[in-house]
Design a protein around this ligand. Structure first.
Ligand code: NAP
Length: 281
């Protein structure tokens, strides 16, 4: 039976230490979140982020913009936040309405306030093995979790299922930078199961319940489930068939309680790190 990679526990430890540090600051780090439109899921995520920031003693600003906002007005708002010395971190909640070019929005954010690590400057620094201002929240959280449980990455076969800019691609890059041999799979990959069976570290970031079944997991593998899906009775579940996979894995993340808490934890750590960089602390 696999050991649990307990994201809830690790995130709590990191955030407890962080809130102790915040007590000694003269001013609080400030996270600005821009939300465009009325998507209920986006609203829930933004509220969670704001709540966590407040719990830690951070300042936060939520900028709500209508679905009909023009791209120029949105870019102007970002420029205003870039110039505002009180704001240390800017997050634009995705997805954006179709008439807005998300790349133009991302590129408008000053890279030193780019808390999600979407800006090409930060992405490029990771791709070239350099140090970015910050690392993207979900892959960073996963790396912290693996580190906490002393899981060796160097020389291991790592398979990342999913190639999004927010999770799959940076995850693969960060594993590569830690000397894993990395394979990236996606919706056009043939024989997914044959590839995942070779993974010492298997990361699934797809968004399909029960995509990863027991036969796809190598004996002793470390299984990290990024997926967030709903079962028919409304419960949260990942991409991995947990009860089957945990019989073969050496370590596994649960959903909920695995990657999710580490992602929000990384967002807070990133906000603090950007604050320190801007204030040369
Ligand atoms: P995304 O942008 O939709 O990307 C999904 C990826 O999965 C794509 O690369 C897609 O391939 C690939 N894919 C789809 N079907 C596949 C299949 N049958 N076999 C192999 N690959 C397949 O999603 P995302 O933003 O990366 O998020 C992925 C999941 O993680 C979602 O459930 C999301 O809610 C969750 N998530 C969780 C956290 C957390 O903190 N726990 C954070 C972020 C995201 P193509 O590129 O070919 O389309």
């Amino acid at each position: 039976m696999a050991k649990i990679l307990d994201g809830k526990l690790v995130a709590k430890e990191i955030l407890d230490n962080l809130s102790d540090e915040i007590l000694f600051l003269e001013k609080a780090p400030c996270l600005a979140v821009i939300i465009v439109g009325d998507d209920p899921a986006s609203k829930i995520y933004v509220n969670l982020k704001r709540k966590k920031a407040t719990e830690l003693g951070f300042d936060s600003v939520v900028v709500e913009m209508p679905e009909t906002i023009t791209q120029n007005d949105l870019l102007a708002k970002i420029e205003e936040l870039n110039e505002d010395k009180k704001i240390n971190a800017i997050l634009v909640q995705m997805p954006l309405p179709k008439h807005i070019d998300a790349n133009a929005v991302i590129e408008k954010i000053n890279p030193i306030k780019d808390v999600d690590c979407f800006h090409p400057y930060n992405v490029g620094r990771i791709a070239t093995g350099n140090i970015p201002y910050i690392y993207p929240c979900t892959p960073k959280g996963i790396m912290r979790l693996l580190e906490y449980y002393d899981i060796e990455i160097s020389g291991k076969n790592a398979v990342v299922v999913g190639r999004s800019n927010i999770v799959g691609k940076p995850m693969a890059q960060m594993l590569l930078n830690s000397n894993a041999t990395v394979t990236i799979c996606h919706s056009k990959t043939k024989n997914l199961s044959q590839i995942t069976q070779k993974a010492d570290i298997l990361i699934s970031a797809v968004g399909k319940a029960n995509l990863i079944t027991k036969d796809m997991v190598k004996e002793g593998a470390v299984v990290v489930d990024v997926g967030m899906n709903r079962t028919q009775d409304g419960k949260l579940c990942g991409d991995v068939d947990f009860w089957e996979a945990e019989q073969k894995a050496s370590y596994i993340t649960p959903v909920p309680g695995g990657v999710g808490p580490m992602t929000i934890c990384s967002l807070m750590v990133n906000t603090y790190d950007l604050f320190k960089k801007q204030n040369e602390l």
